[in-house]
Design a binder for this molecule. Structure first.
Ligand SMILES: *Cc1c(COP(=O)(O)O)cnc(C)c1O
Length: 233
């Protein structure tokens, strides 16, 4: 497990270096350790070595692991969320990154209301218009934000995207840059209940470029835990 600790330290140094170079404060960058397929012992080891945020893409996996994970951590739902599963995670996750339909927002708002809370969410944007990916279209962001603004049980906290996989990660730069532009205009728009606090973009292969382009929340899986073994599930 030592390599998990080494990876966490290396990534944190790497992020500090980028921030120094770009005149940013490394404390403003949140690292989410993506724990899909990772067993609970390894997740707890990561938490004991400084990880404060973990991300899962499946509701089922959150449910299976939840009780076995250290309590001093924030859970993030980073994958597609089906409306009928919102009820299971509404009291478990700190931030839902994948809101991409009014129906889903409505259900989250309703369930949050019942639980007497407001839920922080991000709008997932399919910047590169990949058919295989979820998310609203770039052109829809403004009207989507206006619509979400009316749901009492949710608070919009920013934007999320998954860039296409590029061999040459430089190619992801325009994708990140485009979303940062929208993030800035929305921040200035002052829509009630819509705040631009988190820009969730960047994974193991492209997080450096994402941070250079303004990301303040990176989702790193293999870079921390090594290659995923889906057979274990
Ligand atoms: C799996 C996953 C990640 C992490 O991917 P790595 O390449 O392992 O860093 C990030 N974001 C989402 C939405 C994911 O599903």
């Amino acid at each position: 497990m030592q390599e998990i600790k080494d990876n966490i330290i290396a990534i944190s140094r790497h992020i500090s270096d980028i921030c120094v170079k770009k005149g940013k404060d490394p404390d403003n960058i949140t690292v989410i350790a993506v724990t899909k397929t990772v067993d609970t012992d390894r997740i707890n080891y990561a938490i004991n070595n400084g990880i404060r945020n973990i991300g899962e893409n499946k509701v089922q996996e959150i449910m299976a692991k939840y009780e076995k994970i250290e309590k001093n951590v924030n859970w993030h739902l980073i994958g597609h969320l089906q409306t009928n599963k919102v009820k299971y995670i509404i009291d478990k996750v700190a931030l839902i990154h994948s809101v991409d339909s009014i129906g889903l927002a409505e259900e989250i708002s309703k369930r949050a209301g019942k639980a007497g809370i407001q839920k922080d969410v991000l709008m997932q944007v399919n910047v590169a218009q990949e058919e295989t990916k979820f998310g609203i279209e770039y052109e829809e962001i403004d009207s989507f934000a206006e619509q979400l603004s009316r749901f009492p049980g949710i608070r919009v906290k920013g934007l999320m995207t998954i860039a296409p996989y590029y061999e040459d990660t430089e190619q992801a730069r325009p994708v990140f840059r485009r979303l940062k532009e929208k993030y800035d205009t929305l921040a200035a728009a002052g829509i009630p209940n819509v705040e631009m606090k988190y820009l969730s973009m960047g994974m193991t292969n492209d997080y450096v470029i994402a941070i250079e382009e303004g990301s303040n929340m990176v989702r790193i899986g293999t870079g921390i835990f090594g290659a995923r073994n889906y057979d274990l599930l």
